[in-house]
Design a protein around this ligand. Structure first.
Ligand SMILES: C[S@@+](CC[C@H](N)C(=O)[O-])C[C@H]1O[C@@H](n2cnc3c(N)ncnc32)[C@H](O)[C@@H]1O
Length: 217
């Protein structure tokens, strides 16, 4: 479970970078696809957004509802969103795209429920990073290098996340971008966010970043 501020990556790397490119949220309808326990929805609600979170994991949705009784949280999958066309000003997917088995169906659904002129924000793991389990380290834990292999393939990998067994799906960057570009969306932002330079943690990010943020309009 993520606390209100989130872990280091969320609080120090991803949230500040996303905040830099989000529009004024006051009165905007925002869908969080794969909301987990609803941390982002609560954060955006505080900025005046009218948020809806969906996630297929019942425990996360129950927790989100408990923490934020005024918010709207539904058990659902990204591939079949339970909303009419043109429902939301913004659609956000935060560290969830690589958890979704059918990302094409999910991207089609995100565009379908977006109002004309709306924006989609995808916060995700770098496609370079999702094809291997992580850094190769020496016996002292020093980061030596990252491997990149099978980059152009589509495949799944079993991982442990927050005590849960999960499956992540690797796809190349061209595939991810084209999910939205082929639907007529325009890429407005592409970030490879980094931690603060002074940070003691995550210095390896300056060599090879783990995350990407895309925005489409
Ligand atoms: C790494 S967690 C991120 C959750 C949350 N956005 C956060 O930042 O804490 C990935 C989430 O994707 C959800 N998920 C898995 N398959 C999904 C699907 N088909 N559609 C939508 N969400 C899915 C999981 O239940 C989990 O909550």
């Amino acid at each position: 479970m993520q606390g209100e501020t989130g872990d280091f990556a969320r609080s120090q790397v991803l949230d500040p970078a996303l905040a830099d490119i989000l529009p004024n949220l006051n009165g905007k309808t925002v869908l969080d696809v794969g909301c987990g326990e609803g941390r982002l929805c609560r954060q955006l609600s505080e900025q005046g957004a009218i948020t809806t979170g969906i996630d297929p994991t019942p425990e996360f949705i129950a927790h989100a509802k408990q923490m934020h009784p005024d918010g709207t949280y539904l058990e659902a999958i990204a591939e079949s969103l339970p909303f009419p066309d043109n429902s939301f000003d913004l659609v956000i997917s935060y560290l969830t795209l690589i958890d979704i088995p059918d990302d094409r169906a999910a991207a089609n659904e995100m565009v379908r429920v977006l109002k004309p002129g709306g924006q989609i924000f995808i916060v995700t793991i770098s496609n370079m990073g999702s094809c291997t389990p992580g850094w190769v380290k020496d016996e002292n834990g020093k980061h030596l290098y990252r491997t990149v292999d099978r980059y152009m393939e589509h495949f799944s990998m079993e991982l442990a996340w927050g005590g849960l067994e999960i499956i992540n799906y690797h796809r190349p960057l061209s595939h991810t971008l084209n999910l939205f570009l082929f639907q007529g969306m325009v890429l407005t932002h592409f970030l490879e966010p980094l931690p603060p330079e002074s940070s003691e943690h995550f210095q390896q990010e300056f060599r090879c970043p783990t995350f990407q943020i895309f925005a489409f309009k």
